[in-house]
Write a protein that binds this ligand. Structure first.
Ligand SMILES: Nc1ncnc2c1ncn2[C@@H]1O[C@H](COP(=O)(O)OP(=O)(O)OP(=O)(O)O)[C@@H](O)[C@H]1O
Length: 239
């Protein structure tokens, strides 16, 4: 049987990444922590979803579970048609490498590599040929406004520039999904706003499905949709 996957005119595309009834519990007995409790959500192509919540509400845990970096105690996660939570570890690793880009609060750049070499890492992992790698790295650095900084090491760049390298690295391989954990947490508020504007523009242009965590109210304004996490449970937000 064949299925027509073309969305009807005016209908919204299916979520690229979704989870259902996800629970993550750490520790045992008196030390038990319910980091996530019954979380269900999905993110569509080209959508910037912000997960807002206070410290300890479960934002990082949620991103880890969505991105296949951690397994839920209960519940299921799908990336496209495939259930991540049912895949063998090697297949989860391949899905992470091929389909998900990550941006971290502390940038996560390799200090001994130049900006261009940092951005190139995901393409090397995917065994993209060198000439194509060079072209895609140059394009990614251009898109984040760092064309003139390709040879600089992270310590030679400002915080905002380092995070733009982090974004270029996350998007260089055109992943279906972008996961960003407080990407502006280390930046002053003006730089944070510029980085978030850039993220939003890149996500919309490339049609990437993005989940970004923050507890910065200013950044929420850049979201297409906002959900609130409180003590591991989700509430839909009207801002
Ligand atoms: N590996 C772990 N072992 C035990 N408890 C954990 C672990 N990871 C997270 N937790 C607990 O789960 C809860 C949620 O933590 P999480 O880091 O997801 O919150 P967060 O919203 O990202 O917080 P922050 O904004 O401070 O980064 C917290 O109570 C935390 O202490």
């Amino acid at each position: 049987m064949t299925t027509d996957r073309t969305p009807a005119p005016g209908s919204r595309p299916d979520p690229v990444l979704r989870c259902a009834d996800v629970t993550r519990t750490f520790g045992r007995g008196d030390a038990r922590v319910h980091a996530l409790q019954g979380v269900t959500l999905g993110v569509r192509p080209g959508e910037l979803l912000v997960v807002r919540g206070p410290s300890g509400s479960g934002k990082t845990t949620l991103l880890h579970v969505l991105g296949g970096l951690d397994a839920p105690t209960a519940g299921r996660v799908w990336l496209g048609e495939r259930e991540l939570t049912a895949l063998p570890a090697d297949d989860v690793l391949a899905a992470r490498r091929d389909e998900i880009g990550y941006v971290f609060q502390a940038f996560g750049l390799v200090p001994v590599l130049s900006a261009a070499e940092n951005v190139e890492v995901p393409l090397r992992l995917r065994r993209v040929p060198p000439a194509e790698r060079a072209a895609r790295v140059a394009d990614a650095l251009e898109r984040v406004g760092l064309a003139g900084h390709a040879d600089q090491r992270p310590y030679e760049l400002s915080g905002g520039q380092q995070q733009r390298v982090g974004i270029a690295r996350a998007l260089v391989a055109a992943p279906r999904v972008l996961l960003a954990d407080e990407p502006t947490g280390q930046l002053d508020s003006a730089t944070g706003r510029r980085v978030m504007d850039l993220l939003r523009e890149l996500v919309h242009t490339a049609g990437t499905a993005a989940v970004v965590t923050t507890h910065d109210p200013e950044l929420v304004a850049r979201a297409d949709r906002v959900v609130d996490l409180h003590d591991g449970s989700l509430r839909t937000s009207d801002r």
